[in-house]
Ligand binder design. Structure first.
Ligand code: FES
Length: 382
């Protein structure tokens, strides 16, 4: 096992959130998926024993919450084993799922294993759009799975990624969630990484769509109160200050990709010159505290102007390194979402381009078809 050191690692606090991306296999083909476009070229998935060991090490470091994600984690038949292992170590366990593969038998087994929380994704309130953007016929299945989750006594936590096509349906999406007895509804506007970046022009909403949707969400919040907590995550392209991505690099988030690559953030594979360690080669404590990758943007010593002297650097940590690289070619640049960035104009241009009229809920993909997440497309484009 190898160890590299950095003076910055002295300041690091332990990871709190372990995200295990158990697999890149997924029955859905969502055009906004954040998984890497070249996922089909990555190595074999970790086996059960290695995942167990990773989970044990992470708990030893102090991580308290674990997410089982993917791809679709239910395609792994050792999911229940891993949940039981994590729960036994004292983790708060979360399953992040499309619902495909969650039947009576598996949910009972997951309950028995001690699973604490399930987040179910939906694509839209209409069958047409749900099935279109995921390129599957899963609308009815998701409704069945929602009933199953409720029947097994879990809080109903729904997630719906928003974009140009479904933003006009926000009221109907909330109505659907309320009918399902949702306790939490996360309306997360698309963030442009991975497959979503490929489809950015098609998915980017107009600012009017966003304003109307947010106003609608606020009206529902007043009406619904505590019965259902509705979160509305604004897309950062429409902001003038960047998001505090990952709450700061190497601060709380530790992701592990299916092939064992340790990730300081979801999109870290896209950054050049970052030698990402693998859990098969390096102990997790060394990865977290000492690896070059986890120290590359930890703290603020890496910052240049305008971030270096900015009063807000402690709050936004310079924004998102991956977005800075994707849009400027320089991972240490200020996130171009920030109005202080010399590249902010690029963000404004994308937003301006989106001003073309958006047809209500219509999938106008004539001009440029959506590229769906699939193995074939990954091998072609990755
Ligand atoms: Fe990589 Fe934001 S996604 S730092």
């Amino acid at each position: 096992m190898s160890t590299t050191t950095s003076p910055l690692d002295q300041r690091a606090s332990p990871p709190l959130w372990l995200l295990t991306e158990l697999t890149y296999r997924c029955p859905l083909h969502c055009a906004f998926c954040y998984n890497p476009v070249d996922f089909a070229s990555h190595g074999a998935e970790l086996d059960t024993d290695t995942w167990r060991d990773v989970i044990t090490q992470a708990r030893g470091l102090g991580a308290a919450q674990i997410g089982f994600s993917g791809g679709e984690p239910l395609v792994r038949d050792d999911l229940e084993t891993l949940v039981a292992h994590a729960r036994g170590l004292g983790f708060y366990t979360n399953l992040i799922t499309s619902g495909v593969g969650l039947n009576e038998q598996r949910i009972a087994a997951l309950k028995e294993a001690g699973l604490d929380h399930i987040q179910l994704s939906f694509q839209d309130s209409t069958r047409e759009l749900n099935d279109f953007v995921s390129s599957t016929k899963t609308f009815d299945l998701k409704h069945r799975v929602a009933r199953l989750i409720k029947a097994h006594g879990y809080p109903m936590v729904l997630n719906c990624v928003l974009h140009r096509y479904n933003l006009p349906h926000v009221a109907q999406i909330i109505d659907m969630a309320l009918e399902m007895g949702a306790d939490y509804l996360e309306l997360a506007n698309t963030q442009y990484y991975g497959w979503a970046m490929l489809n950015r022009e098609q998915l980017m909403p107009t600012s009017e769509q966003l304003q109307e949707a947010e106003a609608m969400v606020n009206r529902y919040r007043e009406r619904v109160g505590d019965r259902c907590r509705i979160l509305f995550v604004v897309p950062d392209y429409f902001e003038s200050r960047p998001k505090a991505c990952m709450n700061g690099w190497g601060s709380v988030f530790l992701g592990i990709a299916p092939d064992g690559t340790a990730l300081p953030c979801h999109a870290a594979r896209s950054l050049p010159g970052l030698s990402l360690p693998r859990v098969q080669d390096t102990a997790l404590a060394d990865i977290w505290y000492h690896s070059h990758a986890f120290n590359a943007f930890r703290g603020d010593d890496w910052m240049r102007e305008p971030c270096r002297s900015c009063d807000e650097r402690g709050a936004d940590h310079g924004g998102c390194r991956c977005q800075a690289y994707l849009l400027t070619g320089d991972a240490a640049a200020a996130d171009p979402v920030c109005a202080k960035s010399a590249h902010h104009e690029q963000i404004e241009q994308v937003v301006t381009l989106a001003r073309r009229p958006a047809r209500d809920g219509a999938c106008d993909t004539q001009a440029q078809p959506l590229i769906f997440r699939s193995r074939e497309n990954s091998l072609r484009l990755g």
